[in-house]
Design a protein around this ligand. Sequence first.
Ligand SMILES: Nc1ncnc2c1ncn2[C@@H]1O[C@H](COP(=O)(O)OP(=O)(O)OP(=O)(O)O)[C@@H](O)[C@H]1O
Ligand SMILES: [Mg+2]
Length: 309
Amino acid sequence: MIEVQELRKVFGELVAVDGVSFTVKPGELFGLLGPNGAGKTTTIGCISGLLTPTAGRVRVMGHDVVRDGVAARRALGVVPQDIALYEDLSASENLQYWGGTQGMRGAELRARIGEVLELTGLQDRAKEAVKKYSGGMKRRLNLACGIIHRPRVLLLDEPTVGVDPQSRVRLLEMVRAEAQAGTCVLYTTHYMEEAETLCDRLAIVDHGKVIAQGTLAELRSMLGQRDLLRFTGRFQPEAVRRALGELEGIEVVQAETDVLRLAAAEASRRLPAIFAALASAEAEVRETTLTQPSLESLFIKLTGKELRE
Ligand SMILES: Nc1ncnc2c1ncn2[C@@H]1O[C@H](COP(=O)(O)OP(=O)(O)OP(=O)(O)O)[C@@H](O)[C@H]1O
Ligand SMILES: [Mg+2]
């Protein structure tokens, strides 16, 4: 759906995007995570046709965005980082305008406007001028304008910046629903938690380069860090060590009569085997906690700096 190959974009002396490659499939939520100035918006601009790539190749649904830009753009919905709304117009009028630019008309457009207003929870304020809206409401309308024409490919550039937690949850639910309906979603953010909870796969970008890419589990295992498991209950330390010793890649960090700590890669996947081993050692488990290494620690390891400066 989206194919980016060795994309490069240079502004004068500045290399904003430096050989970025990734692909996003239908129904997939792909994240571009990186700090300010990493090149996220520039990458989105090259996909949406707003910017011309200096080198490399971008295809949207098989259409080259440079040679076949009109066809590529027909499939796209774009929600820009800078809110693009007409402040003097109402929500309905903004949607009418954006739908119109996408070739929608008449009853079909009216029905779809009703639908996205309901989706975004703006139906009660739909007749009011946008300048009277709160920042979060504008963000929601900005998203509504991007999806009015039911695009197959959706580009979202930091759509939750400056949005309160409640509106954020609502926005993220909408994005998830779009992907579940089969839309291919590219989502940029510098919020680690968003990337972690929302995206199926992600690329971590810094200074125009992809420094790591994969599913969350793959990125975590790249970190070489393992999940930590802590069990409380009643244990026979020797029996537990023996039983767990038969499982590969699981380290017993601590084994006492009342607490047990393990380290393992992708521990959640291995819980059934671990519980079976504990049961065979006649352990009595009362409580279990699993702590995963975070993207934050991966980012620090890869770049030597924190994501949020
Ligand atoms: N039109 C432009 N002309 C010159 N330099 C630009 C232009 N657009 C972006 N840049 C530069 O390219 C680099 C990448 O910018 P970009 O906006 O893509 O980053 P970003 O990852 O979206 O950051 P943010 O999180 O702040 O939105 C920055 O150094 C920026 O100053
Ligand atoms: Mg940006």
